[in-house]
Design a binder for this molecule. Structure first.
Ligand code: DP6
Length: 402
């Protein structure tokens, strides 16, 4: 029978983030230190989130972890790095004389259970939300109150940006020990209420080459990547921050597209080349530029960005969402498979003018876009106070429903 001895459990949620100035390339593989700073938008957890319970008990014999109900190898180096780092911070706190609410807890083993409310392999940055959530939950359960950038970063670089809501920069830092490589909020969640995000899910298949190996090859072989990190990104970080602070959508959108394009150019400049975009991704790029041109926008009314996969993330303002969704529906008519084409925030149906249809200038590709998730900017990690939210039962094992 399971042990009924008391355990201390904490449950948190954490968001997905989408970079508008991309992180691609490490200067230190072990500490996960980037070759350039990056900047992202935190997406709302109503649509996309990871939920994680961390529980400690003196009766646990070993650290264990379950992801989406499946027990995983707790010995994975990145997971181990996060656990080591949080325990180091917890010990530091104790030795600095701060009051410890959980005596001896640093030596206790931890059980972790984590679930996503979206398909893990859909290419929707699940590792960022996952490691941010892990860092947040471990910090609460071990009583750590310091900056968690390093803990999350050791799991996945982009995860440190999911520790905050709104608009977030990951400053690359200069120190060899990475102490100044931290995530900071640039503007809060409610700063730009009109901003909307549409995720165009093109393919739910697992990607051909993961980010970690991909960026390693790029650092080794792409002169364009080195040029980008040194000569392009610093000015772009400043300009993007300005656009966000001033809510300048035209500037924000144009720079978002340019930075996505340059990131994918560095992938093509990698040897052997990497290509994450599919034909459908390129059709979406074309659609966005036709849509903007039709509206006489030299910069942007709608903007795309792509990470290490073919799905598009679209930024636009609330007054443009309905018409753009209609344009996507027209260009990629959903195949009637019973699934909802539009998920997330409601979008009212809008007519598409014949002029816009003609301006989109391509033959429709049925089923090219599988579905759209409509969302907006959201808050950082949250603690769930309700004990029913725990994914682990009083015996420290996943509850049956998980
Ligand atoms: C294209 O954070 O997944 O999404 O640090 O090796 O875990 P590791 O890589 P990861 O890379 C994300 C790359 C990106 C751009 C971005 O999010 O900035």
């Amino acid at each position: 029978m399971a042990s009924e001895k008391p355990i201390v459990a904490v449950t948190c949620t954490a968001p997905v983030n989408i970079a508008v100035i991309k992180y691609w390339g490490k200067r230190d593989e072990e500490l996960i230190l980037p070759i350039n700073s990056s900047l992202s938008v935190t997406l709302h957890q109503d649509q996309l989130k990871t939920t994680t319970t961390a529980a400690i008990s003196k009766d646990f014999a070993e650290d264990r972890i379950w992801l989406n109900g499946q027990e995983e190898d707790v010995g994975q180096p990145r997971l181990q790095a996060c656990l080591r780092e949080i325990r180091r911070l917890a010990r530091k706190r104790r030795s600095s004389g701060d009051e410890d609410p959980l005596p001896l807890s640093v030596s206790y083993k931890v059980h972790v259970a984590s679930v996503n409310n979206f398909p893990t392999a859909a290419g929707l940055a699940s590792s960022a939300a996952g490691y941010a959530c892990l860092a947040y939950a471990l910090a609460r359960v071990y009583g750590v109150e310091s900056d968690l950038s390093e803990v999350a970063r050791r799991g996945s670089g982009s995860a440190c940006r999911s520790l905050h809501g709104g608009f977030v920069e990951w400053q690359m830092g200069e120190r060899a020990d990475g102490k100044d490589s931290v995530a900071r909020q640039v503007a809060p969640e409610l700063h730009w209420p009109e901003l909307r995000v549409l995720i165009l899910v093109v393919s739910a298949e697992k990607k051909l080459m993961g980010s970690t190996v991909g960026m390693q090859t790029s650092v080794e072989t792409s002169p364009l990547l080195r040029f980008r990190a040194k000569a392009v990104v610093p000015a772009r970080m400043a300009e993007m921050t300005r656009c966000i602070k001033e809510r300048d959508f035209q500037g924000f959108g144009q720079l978002t597209m340019k930075d996505s394009n340059q990131f994918h150019a560095t992938c093509l400049d990698t040897f052997p080349p990497i290509s994450y975009l599919s034909d459908t991704s390129r059709r979406i790029i074309h659609l966005v530029h036709c849509f903007n041109a039709h509206h006489g926008q030299t910069k942007a009314r709608v903007a795309y960005t792509f990470d290490a996969g073919p799905n598009a993330v679209i930024f636009t303002l609330d007054n443009t969402v309905a018409e753009f969704v209609a344009a996507v529906r027209h260009s990629f008519p959903p195949k009637s498979n019973g699934d909802k084409f539009l998920k997330g925030l409601p979008v009212r149906p809008a007519p598409l003018s014949d002029e816009l249809k003609a301006a989109l200038g391509m033959d429709p590709t049925p089923g090219g876009v599988k579905y759209i998730i409509a969302t907006q900017v959201g808050p950082g990690p949250q603690i769930l106070d309700d004990p029913h939210a725990h994914l682990l039962g009083p015996d420290g094992l996943p509850k049956p429903a998980v």
